[in-house]
Every structure is written in C-alpha cells, then in structure tokens.
Design a protein around this ligand. Structure first.
Ligand SMILES: Cc1cc2nc3c(=O)[nH]c(=O)nc-3n(C[C@H](O)[C@H](O)[C@H](O)COP(=O)(O)OP(=O)(O)OC[C@H]3O[C@@H](n4cnc5c(N)ncnc54)[C@H](O)[C@@H]3O)c2cc1C
Length: 210
C-alpha cells in the first residue's frame, strides 16, 4: 500500500485461455484497494471492453503480471542477485534484498519466494534463486473488480459520436443541444488526451452557439 513503481512492465492476461488483454510499460502503484497508476488505468480501459469481463473477474481469471525488473532478463537478474548475495554471504535472506527492491515490497517477496526468511544467503540453492528471479519477473496479482464509477478518472460511454455534428458539436437529434468532454462516448489513455478532448469539443461547442 502506498508504493509507487517506475519502469515496470505490466501484462493483463486471461488465465483460463492464456490470452493477453493488454501490455504496457511505465508507472503503477499499489494502493489501499489494489493497483492504480497510468499503466493500470490504461489496462483498465482495455479490460472493460473485454468479452464477458464481469464473469472472468468473478471467477478470478484475470491476472496482472508485473515485471519488477523489466530492464534485466532472467539471466542478468540472476547474476545481479548472485553478486548481491556474495557481497553479504552471512546475511539472512530477509535482510538481503534492500538493494534490489523497495522496502515495502521486501516482506511480500520474501514470503512469496518460499525461501525461509532466516536462511543465510550463501545457503540459498540455485533452484530457489531461479524461483526468486521468476517471481520478480512475473509478480502475479489477481484482479477481481473495477473501482466504482464515482472514482473514475476517465469514463467510457456516453453520447454516441455518430449522433453529434463534429463541426458544431450539436446533437443531430435535438436542435440547440451541444455536447463536450466526458459526456461524449470517447475516452483515451491518460496523458492529457482526455483533457484535450474536453478543451477541443468545448471550444467548438461554445464557439458555435454564442
Ligand atoms: C483525478 C483525475 C485525474 C485526471 N487526470 C487526467 C490526466 O492526467 N489527463 C487527462 O487527459 N485526463 C485526466 N483526467 C480526466 C479529465 O479530467 C476529464 O476527462 C475532463 O476534465 C473532462 O472534462 P469535462 O468538462 O467533460 O468534465 P468535468 O471536468 O468533470 O466538468 C464537469 C463540470 O460540471 C459540473 N457539474 C456537474 N453537474 C452539474 C450540474 N447539474 N449543474 C452544474 N454543473 C454541474 C461539475 O461540477 C464540473 O465542474 C483526470 C480525471 C480525474 C478525476
């Protein structure tokens, strides 16, 4: 909770049929309710449009795989961990990951690794290290639900663009009714695109009936 991660690779996968729903690279964060941040918001938009999403979520089939060390392949990461372990041979495993991971992740990774927390790092086997590398490269979280609409940052859905005259933003159905921003069925990734949609459509809508 309250941990922000940069330069991570995320992949949203349907566990049941192994289908990749979305992949991204960048920032994410762990919050009191689960996961958030730019890459997660984009992933959420794709997940929302996935077939039978409510059912797959309910059945626990949606997996978020986080590559915590995306800049390193498995071999390089293993070598890095080996170097860290060699530098502090008599340290207990639970105290050996502070150079590799943010503080808040260490206990979780230690627990999920299956390696005894008090084991001396020079006693850790190659197999245990391999599993640790796999955990860091593929840290799995099950997505069970979306946040409520009240907390939405960008909303999908709204007035269909086909029902709007793009030159004026006037409704094709109701004369004198104009639309702008979120009320229109357009949405985009975070990064300013939604604000741009609001500004541009607002400018056109406003400019055409004053
Ligand atoms: C926390 C957060 C972060 C965001 N970050 C980004 C980002 O980084 N990049 C990006 O592109 N987009 C971002 N967005 C989305 C972006 O802010 C919206 O897409 C954009 O503001 C939509 O503009 P709008 O004018 O359509 O609606 P709004 O900005 O929601 O404006 C609607 C206005 O109408 C008012 N209103 C509502 N009902 C009534 C009523 N009955 N009578 C009178 N007034 C009423 C509201 O008070 C509000 O002022 C973010 C949104 C949130 C919530």
């Amino acid at each position: 909770m309250g941990l922000s991660l940069r330069n991570v690779k995320i992949k949203l996968v349907n566990r049941q049929n192994k289908r990749k729903i979305y992949e991204d690279f960048g920032e994410m964060l762990f919050t009191h309710f689960g996961v958030s941040g730019p890459t997660i918001l984009s992933a959420s938009a794709h997940l929302l449009r996935d077939k039978n999403v409510e059912e797959t979520l309910k059945n626990g089939h949606i997996k978020l795989a986080i590559d915590l060390k995306s800049a390193l392949d498995n071999q390089t990461l293993d070598a890095r961990i080996r170097r860290d372990f060699e530098a502090c041979k008599n340290k207990e495993f639970k105290n050996s990951l502070d150079k590799l991971l943010p503080k808040k992740m260490i206990d979780v990774v230690v627990e999920l690794s299956g390696i005894q927390p008090t084991k001396k790092v020079n006693e850790i086997t190659k197999l245990e290290r391999t599993k640790l590398v796999e955990l860091l490269k593929n840290f799995e979280v099950t997505i069970t639900d979306f946040r409520p609409i009240e907390e939405a940052i960008v909303t999908a859905g709204g007035i269909c663009v086909k029902e709007i005259n793009p030159k004026t933003m006037e409704s094709k159905k109701v004369h004198g009714l104009y639309f702008a921003g979120e009320v229109i069925d357009v949405d985009s990734y975070t990064g300013g695109f939604n604000l741009q949609i609001a500004y541009s459509t607002g400018f056109v809508a406003g400019g055409n009936h004053v």
